[in-house]
Design a protein around this ligand. Sequence first.
Ligand code: PBG
Length: 324
Amino acid sequence: MTGFPICRPRRLRQNATLRAMVRETEINPRDLIYPLFAIHGRGVKNPVPSLPGVYQLSIDNLVQEAGEVVAAGIPAVLLFGIPATKDEVGSGAYDPHGIVQEAVRALKKAYPELLIITDVCLCEYTSHGHCGLVDDGQVLNDPTLELIAKTALSHVEAGADIVAPSDMMDGRVGAIRKLLDANGFTQTPILAYSAKYASVFYGPFRDAAGSTPRFGDRRGYQMDPANSDEALREVELDLQEGADMVMVKPALPYLDIIRRVKDNFNVPLAAYQVSGEYAMLKSAAANGWLDEEQSVLEALTAIKRAGADLIITYYAKDVVKWLK
Ligand code: PBG
């Protein structure tokens, strides 16, 4: 190769057909996961101010929403719950008739083919808003494991297809795997939030889920945004404990992490385009500062190009529309 003028990269950019032929990355509806928020009641559809277009839905409305997801060809939802009451030990999280458990039953009954992934955590259910048991201002690791595993089991017993622990306690994947296996659920996959950073971009989600910690922050269990090697250690541990799929979260500010995980491990990798990423794009679009469709598709293409196989996004339904 002798370089320019023999080599001209623009030759392959001459027209849309040619560009499409050599395109390396594509967003596919079957790679998308849509988050849903279940709340008690009937006919409830509470808008989340910091997440325009996202609602807390009572189960009747949730089922209707799931119908749209199925119709769009999106294969999976990620389910969160807003309980009626909270307590110190997050008992709503593992209540067999808790909000997520009941929502799973209703969704599974209405749409058996829709994959239901449940977020497994205590923070929506604890009065202090932390992801584990708290004693003397400390989030306890080992005593939390039992409750996290119990939560996952209750989701699976209700019909959840995949469980996704997001609490970031050490050893939680192993604890879940052990309890699921002991109860005969050896075939239920675990999608581990492995590299989950202590990110300010979760702000709008905490409005949606009512899970802002009452004191302190999550830096004692979620990862330091400054770290990258540590993400590989987290993924490795989760895989050793039996994770089937791993996750990097958030997505766009962490493309380097997505790429490193993809290069180092041959397992399905999910990336979570989190609430703050959605809110940034939404607000810029609402101001007319960015074209929403193009900016979202570019961001999601970048997340896939970095190495994500699956993308969890509040934009999933819009994306399918735009791709048509
Ligand atoms: C629960 C959980 C959080 C998110 C997903 N699962 C919040 C947190 O860790 O504070 C964030 C999702 C988003 O911002 O869209 N632990």
